[in-house]
Design a protein around this ligand. Structure first.
Ligand code: TXA
Ligand code: MG
Length: 320
C-alpha cells in the first residue's frame, strides 16, 4: 500500500527521481509524474491502464511559466487564464517541443492547468518541471476525491499519496480551447459555463461523440461505478423496479426517502446547493457502489450552475 502523508519534500524527491505520486487538487486527485520525462509519463499510462490515445493534462505552479510550454495564447484564453487560474480550468494550447508527444498523444495542443490546492501549488513551485497528471483512478472508473479513494484503487502501485483532504470542487476541470476564433468547451467541469461566458461571451459546447473522441473524457461511457446506473424520474423508476422485484439504491439531488435504509440512498445536497452537490457526487457514487444492490437509480439536476456538469457525469456513468 502507498504511504499517505503531507510531506511535500518527500513528494518532490520521489517525483524528481522519476517516480509517480498522487497529488490533491481542488477538482480531483491526480496521478502525477514529471511531464518532461518520457519514462515517468509512460508509467502514468501503465499505472492507470490508460490507452495511449488519451492525452494528459500538464500542471504548472504559476501562470508565468505558460510561455515555456506553449507557443501562443489567444486573447480569449488569456482572459480565462487571468480570471480562473489558479483553479479548475484546463486550456488547450499549441505546445512547444519540450512537451513530449507522449503527453499529448501526438496532438499539437497540450492541456494546461494551474491548480489552486495549496499543497500541490507549493509542490509545483518547488519543482523545476511541470507535472503531467490524469485523475488518479483506473481508466473509466470514478475519479478520486480523497486520499483513501486513491489508496483503494491504486495504492499498491504507488509509493506515496500526498494527502490534501477532500477535494473542494469535486468535479474535474472545465476544458476549453479555440478553433477558428470560436471558444469551445470540450469537457464540462468545475467552472460552470455561465462563468466562462461571462468572461468571453457565447461559447460552443462540443457535443460528445464516441466515434471521434477528441477527448476521451468525452467518451460516452466514463466516470462509471461498477453497479449499473439508470437516470430518470426517481418516483417512476422506484415504482418500476419495485414492481420488478429488483433491489436498488437511489442517488438524488436533495431528497431523502424514509422508506429506504441509509445505505441505500445518497442525497448530493439536502439543501439543494449545486457546489455541494458537485463536491459530493463522486463520493456518493462510490458510497452506493458498495451497496448490495443490482442497480442505482439517479436523477438529473436542473441545468443551471454546476448542474450541467454534474448531469454530464451522471449521463456518462449511466451509459454502459
Ligand atoms: O481536474 C482535472 O482536470 C484533473 C486534475 C487531476 O487536474 N485531471 C483530469 O485528467 O481530469 P484526466 O486525464 O482524467 O482527463 C483529462 C482529459 C482527458 O479526457 C483528455 O482526453 C483531455 O483531458 N485532454 C488532455 N489533453 C488534451 C488535448 N491536447 N486535446 C484534447 N483533449 C485533451
Ligand atoms: Mg479522468
Amino acid at each position: 500500500m502507498a504511504e499517505i502523508g503531507k510531506d511535500i519534500e518527500k513528494a518532490a524527491a520521489l517525483l524528481s527521481s522519476g517516480k509517480l505520486v498522487a497529488i490533491p487538487t481542488e477538482t480531483v486527485y491526480g496521478l502525477a509524474g514529471n511531464a518532461l520525462d518520457e519514462q515517468a509519463v509512460l508509467s502514468i499510462f501503465k499505472t492507470k491502464k490508460r490507452p495511449s490515445f488519451d492525452p494528459l493534462i500538464v500542471h504548472l505552479g504559476d501562470k508565468a511559466q505558460l510561455s515555456d510550454y506553449v507557443k501562443e495564447v489567444p486573447e480569449e484564453l488569456e482572459e480565462l487564464a487571468s480570471k480562473f487560474w489558479p483553479g479548475p480550468l484546463t486550456l488547450l494550447l499549441p505546445k512547444r517541443g519540450v512537451i513530449p508527444d507522449l503527453v499529448t498523444s501526438g496532438l499539437d495542443t497540450v492541456g494546461i492547468r494551474v491548480p489552486r490546492h495549496p499543497l500541490t501549488r507549493e509542490l509545483l513551485q518547488s519543482l523545476d518541471f511541470p507535472l503531467a497528471a490524469p485523475s488518479a483512478n483506473p481508466f473509466g472508473y470514478i475519479s478520486p476525491t480523497s486520499a483513501l479513494h486513491v489508496q483503494d484503487q491504486l495504492g499498491d502501485k504507488l509509493p506515496y499519496i500526498l494527502d490534501g483532504g477532500t477535494c473542494e470542487v469535486g468535479l474535474e476541470s472545465t476544458i476549453v480551447g479555440m478553433e477558428q476564433g470560436q471558444v469551445i468547451i470540450y469537457r464540462l467541469g468545475g467552472i460552470a459555463v455561465d462563468r466562462i461566458e461571462s468572461a468571453v461571451g457565447k461559447v460552443l459546447i462540443l457535443p460528445q461523440s464516441s466515434s471521434n473522441p477528441k477527448s476521451p473524457g468525452m467518451l460516452k461511457s466514463h466516470y462509471a461505478p461498477g453497479i449499473p446506473m439508470v437516470l430518470g424520474n426517481l418516483d417512476e423508476l422506484m415504482t418500476k423496479y419495485r414492481q420488478k422485484g429488483i433491489v436498488f439504491a437511489v442517488l438524488s439531488f436533495n431528497r431523502s426517502f424514509p422508506e429506504l435504509s441509509q445505505e441505500l440512498q445518497f442525497a448530493l445536497s439536502p439543501a439543494g446547493d449545486y457546489d455541494e452537490a458537485a463536491r459530493n457526487l463522486f463520493q456518493g457514487m462510490r458510497f452506493l457502489d458498495r451497496a448490495k444492490v443490482e442497480i442505482i437509480l439517479a436523477e438529473e439536476l436542473p441545468e443551471i450552475h454546476l448542474g450541467k456538469a454534474i448531469n454530464d457525469r451522471l449521463r456518462r456513468a449511466s451509459a454502459k
